[in-house]
Every structure is written in C-alpha cells, then in structure tokens.
Design a protein. Structure first.
Length: 114
C-alpha cells in the first residue's frame, strides 16, 4: 500500500490525531497554512472526489459531521472555519486519498483562483 493517508490510518506513519471514529480520522496538517489546519479523511481509500460513488453518500456526510465536532473541539465553531477539498491536478491535490482541509483560527483571506 503506497498511500500516505492509508498508512496514517493504519498507524505505520505517525500523526497528531484530533478526532477518530469508525469511519473517519482527522489529524493536524504537517504544513499548516493557518493556526488551525486539520485534515479530515475517510478511513476508506478513495483517491479523489471524482471517485466518490452513491454508496459513499453517508461517508461524505460523516466527514461534515466530523468537521463540526472538530470545530467545537478547536474552539472555532462560532468564529468560523473553512473546509476545502482539492480534486485533481489543477486544484493542487498532492495526496490522492480524499480529504478536507479545515482551516481556522484567524481571519482567512478571500478565496481566489491562485
Ligand atoms: P492536498 O494538496 O489537498 O493534497 O493537501 C495534502 C496535505 O497533506 C498538505 O497540506 C500536506 C499534508 N500532508 C502530506 N503528507 C503528510 C503527512 O505525512 N502527515 C500530515 N500530517 N500531513 C501531510
């Protein structure tokens, strides 16, 4: 298995976990882009959002419920947070195991294309 995030799920690569349940794991990004920068992933390997199938509907919902819980844990539920998914080469996706970036902890800049 060559997927970095699958190795984090199985524990052979260490991570700073902040949340875990049966289907979802979340851990701090190794290159934080904001004071709070957490990656929220399904334990199941899905390479990109383009590979999500109808049977994954519940799993995608689980990621969003996890985001709420993590925002509460991190104290940013009220102040706000941003969830980002990069899909494919032009988006800048570098790890091909779907994940949301949860960014928070400061006033985030406006979204732009670059
Ligand atoms: P993306 O461009 O959306 O594929 O972002 C992948 C993110 O994953 C990037 O912000 C850096 C992070 N990352 C890559 N390898 C590791 C790792 O081994 N551990 C952790 N915690 N984060 C990683």
């Amino acid at each position: 298995m060559s997927c970095i995030f699958c190795k984090i799920v199985e524990g052979s690569i260490p991570s700073t976990k902040v949340y875990e349940n049966e289907h979802v794991l979340a851990f701090r990004d190794i290159q934080p882009a904001a004071p709070v920068h957490i990656l929220i992933i399904p334990k199941k390997h899905i390479a990109t959002m383009n590979d999500v199938e109808p049977d994954d509907r519940g799993l995608i919902g689980d990621l969003h419920i996890a985001a709420q819980e993590i925002a509460k844990q991190e104290g940013v539920f009220e102040s706000g947070y941003r969830l980002i998914n990069n899909c494919g080469a032009d988006s800048g996706q570098v790890v091909f195991h779907i994940h949301y970036h949860l960014l928070a902890g400061e006033k985030l800049g406006a979204l732009n294309a670059k």
